[in-house]
Write a protein that binds this ligand. Sequence first.
Ligand SMILES: Cc1cc2nc3c(=O)[nH]c(=O)nc-3n(C[C@H](O)[C@H](O)[C@H](O)COP(=O)(O)OP(=O)(O)OC[C@H]3O[C@@H](n4cnc5c(N)ncnc54)[C@H](O)[C@@H]3O)c2cc1C
Length: 524
Amino acid sequence: MPGTGCLVPKLKSFFIIMSADSQSEILDVALIGSGVMSANLGALLKSIDSSLKIELYEVTEDLSHESSNGWNNAGTGHAGICELSYTPDRGTDGKVKVGKAVEIFEQFEQTKQFWAYAVRTGMIDQPGDFINAVPHISFVYGQEQVDFLKSRFEGMSAHPFFSEMEYTEDPDQICEWAPLLMEGREGMPVAATRMKAGTDVNFGELSRKLIHWLGGQEGCSFYSHNRVTDLNRCTDGWELTIKDLKTGITRSQRAKFVFIGAGGGSLLLLQKAGVPEIKGYGGFPIGGQWLVCDDPEIVKKHDAKVYGLSPGAAPTMAVPHLDSRWLEGKKTLLFGPYAAWTTKFLHRGGSFLDLPSSIKFHNILTLIKVGISNIPLVSYLIQQGLQSMNTRLNELRNFYPSAKAQDWKLIDAGIRVQAIKKEDGDAGIVHFGTEVVTTEDKSISALLGASPGASVCVNIVLEVIQKCFPELCKRKEAQARLKEMIPTYDINLGAISKTDEIKEYQEWSAFADESLELRKKSTF
Ligand SMILES: Cc1cc2nc3c(=O)[nH]c(=O)nc-3n(C[C@H](O)[C@H](O)[C@H](O)COP(=O)(O)OP(=O)(O)OC[C@H]3O[C@@H](n4cnc5c(N)ncnc54)[C@H](O)[C@@H]3O)c2cc1C
């Protein structure tokens, strides 16, 4: 049942506590955290090899309530369609470079394929609970931005992924696509691109469905309200120290492979494990906030995710957007995120001491260097955190000029712990996306960073599986299973150009979308 613990694990933890002194059976895989990463890794691994013994531990009482929780992120199925921050640069020919958008689209396609497989085979049900079709729009104003968007559109629409993208500079057309953008706007050049095939995803709901499926499989369980407090090497793998927060009892569990999918808590756990690969790494938390509107009259006027260009020093993950969301069975409107200064790494299971306690002898220099070279970012975060409701509304009015204060309330979003590593001293932390850190012996993998994040989770965990389970991946049956679940897993989809390749891709894509109920049965 989403949001609560589960009886089977509770009973099971009782027996484990009873035998805490005896060596418990070694697991094949221990998953730390119940976010979208652990959920997809567990489900994918178990689907490839049904004999695997897997357990998952979550510190909070409810599952998937940190960054993956629907309210804590924007729920954009990032596919590179509307996010202008993925295509910031122009090439030497002056044209906007669209390679990163193509890459992310391909990764989201793989992710959708696995979720579609999970729905088709009954692993999870009711896709409308976690994924819905919502057009993705990029919207700009002012001539410089319009020129940028036009060049981006020319590059994007030439690729088969984005061939259905539309472009307009006509205010009436934009008004038809997203009326709120034009209400009260006058006298400035505007432009927009739109693709109808965008999505809104509730990553928390999806994770809970996958974890409940996993917990029902032979040899697998999940435990909420269980904090992993330590990791030590042992024969054949790792010994995890796990504290049951309800009973206060601490137990240990051995595992051959550990995935640290603890979100903001991953860095601290890697430090506890003392693996050399983490030397020099630090974490820099960036909190978030949303403006939310529940007024049905306003909500029904907007059916899109609208992304704009970054205002000034805003880090890429704080580029504002006006989002239609489907949360808890209801449509709502979110604007943001506003970045905020915090020292916590996790909302629920975290503490204000997270940042100070993550500072170690081996990363202090890196952190100081990064801090000095990112003074504009730090002051931006402080200024964002302190700004008044009026200033926040002015930012919203760049998108929705006639927005009124009384229709909006401010809520907290998730925290992104931006990973910092030695080489980033000069480059600056904000350019650092998601990074999988794996030990040399492939017994631990951890996910650091947060962008593009949840949308490409299947692609990320596939990388973990290929790296850490090479023997499994070599097996013919495993390859056949992977092909069945993610038909394009071994294909460079971004490079397709021939008519038959494009047709095949469109068929796979349509099949996944149909299974996820994103479009009606196609005529392919
Ligand atoms: C403001 C904001 C907007 C975003 N928007 C988008 C978006 O539009 N699209 C998108 O694709 N991505 C988005 N993201 C990123 C996305 O939310 C994350 O990439 C994704 O949710 C990370 O999933 P995770 O499983 O790694 O971590 P989480 O979902 O944070 O899960 C980690 C879990 O580990 C648990 N945990 C931590 N420490 C321990 C421990 N010691 N023992 C046991 N459990 C522990 C935590 O309680 C938590 O439940 C956004 C993020 C933020 C903050």
